[in-house]
Design a protein around this ligand. Structure first.
Ligand SMILES: [Zn+2]
Ligand SMILES: [Zn+2]
Length: 446
């Protein structure tokens, strides 16, 4: 940007161009980002236990000149790079993997097993692609550190633990994320998935996903001999009735057109075929988009569950434990519009797709709810050829959390880095006031 000292107009044009990193810039940091990807993919750690992962990330960011603080909200890390006056922009990656056994057959597939919090031996896999997010953030961090003449302000990178258990964002906030460090003017994150081909990104202005509520329901019966059901009250039969009755909430109670999902993800009861157990446990996930629908669905679950137990003559009302809740992620529409242009310039117009809201959930919403406008975008992960074949055949590629989830790393990681750098340079190109003006008038959905 030396040119700018003599030719201000040229500098302005150059700075707009500079928001899109050159392929040379991305290629220069790619080998190290890819090596980190392979390392982290083969050494995944469960939610809240990401100690090695966090240390690897912290070490790399420190080497790049970032001021790194570890153990923020457990295993979380915060890396700050100050570069003059300007906005503070936060970019987040998650750190955690899932208790899934990898079946991709890849040479670098995870073979890790560990003990979960309940002491059970479980396989571990980066089945949600958080390893790719970490590799991308390290590549991005390197480019940003090497090109301080292309942006100004404060760059804040965070490695957030426990996204999969919806606890990490809150943990970092409770540990002073916004008081011990500069408060971000904007928060950015991306997520890789197989609904888009690698090489592309997806933008959803406004409501991005869903409110999520996790419920644990214990249904009480009266145990007895399997040959004498008349002497018992069978909690398995009550559970079966309850599961089917719960399906009428979305189909019969919620207004047609409103979004509601009630999924019973597990049922646990009994030990032996000829024993009627004392109790049965159900695990539910509930997804909604509107506050009133969320209230209606949760109330209906409680009503139906209690009524089914009562109808069966259960000795006690069921226990309903609402153990996890997170709100939907809201993308500031004006910000999304602005960054759409930035990403189109960086990746090519055809590689930026406008997407419908989806039904997943995540705790990035905790940051947005602190009054920090958010931009959360999708990163294509599917092998473009397999994606096209699946589309032609009307099938779907394995989704996140599947034991077969395998992003097409090379194009996805290149694109992730290029997209993040372009977004950060755009957000860190003017003043904080100018940035807030872009977002003025943009209000959350509920
Ligand atoms: Zn996930
Ligand atoms: Zn994820």
């Amino acid at each position: 940007m030396k040119l700018g000292k003599f030719l201000p107009l040229a500098a302005l044009v150059a700075s707009v161009w500079a928001q899109a990193p050159s392929s040379k810039e991305v290629d220069a940091v790619y080998p190290e980002a890819h090596a980190l990807y392979l390392d982290i993919h083969q050494n995944p750690e469960l939610s809240s236990h990401e100690t090695q992962t966090a240390a690897k990330l912290a070490g790399r960011l420190r080497t790049l000149g970032y001021e790194v603080t570890e153990h923020v909200g457990g295993t979380g890390i915060v890396a700050i790079l100050k570069n003059g006056t300007g906005p503070t922009v936060m970019l987040r990656t998650e750190l955690d993997a899932l208790p899934v056994e990898e079946k991709t057959g890849l040479a670098y597939a995870s073979r890790v097993h560990t003990k979960d919090d309940a002491g059970h031996d479980v396989p571990v896999m980066h089945a949600c692609g958080h390893d790719l997010h970490m590799a991308s953030i390290v590549g991005t961090a390197a480019i940003m550190a090497h090109s301080k003449d292309t942006w100004h302000g404060t760059l804040m990178l965070i490695g957030q633990p426990a996204e999969e258990t919806i606890g990490g964002a809150k943990g970092m906030l409770d540990d002073g994320l916004l008081t011990r460090f500069p408060k971000p003017d904007v928060a950015v994150a991306l997520h890789v998935g197989n609904t888009l081909p690698a090489g592309t990104v997806g933008i959803t202005p406004g409501v991005l996903n869903t409110n999520a509520d996790s419920l644990r329901i214990t249904i009480y019966g009266k145990g007895g001999h399997g040959s004498a059901p008349n002497t018992a009250i069978d909690p398995i039969v009550i559970a079966a009735q309850t599961i089917l009755a719960l399906q009428t909430i979305a189909s019969r109670e919620v207004k047609p057109g409103e979004m509601a999902v009630v999924t019973v993800g597990y049922i646990q009861a009994g030990t032996k075929n000829n024993i009627i157990p004392d109790q049965a446990e159900l695990g539910l996930t509930v997804r909604t988009r509107k506050a009133d629908v969320r209230k209606q669905v949760l109330a209906a679950i409680a009503r139906i569950t209690k009524a089914e137990a009562e109808a069966a003559g259960a000795p006690r009302a069921p226990a309903i434990e609402h153990y996890e809740a997170t709100d939907l992620v809201y993308n500031d529409p004006a910000l999304a519009q602005r960054l759409r242009g930035t990403l189109e310039a960086a990746l090519g117009k055809g590689n930026v797709v406008m997407e419908e809201p989806h039904t997943a959930s995540e705790d990035f919403s905790y940051f947005v709810e602190q009054g920090i406008p958010g931009f959360y975008f999708g990163l294509g992960g599917a092998d473009p050829q397999k994606f096209a074949e699946a589309k032609a055949a009307g099938t779907l590629l394995p989704s996140n959390h599947s034991s077969l989830f395998a992003p097409d790393v090379d194009p996805a990681l290149h694109t992730g880095i290029a997209a993040e750098v372009a977004v950060l340079r755009n957000l860190l190109s003017g003043s904080a006031e100018e940035l807030h003006k872009t977002m003025a008038g943009s209000t959350p959905a509920q």
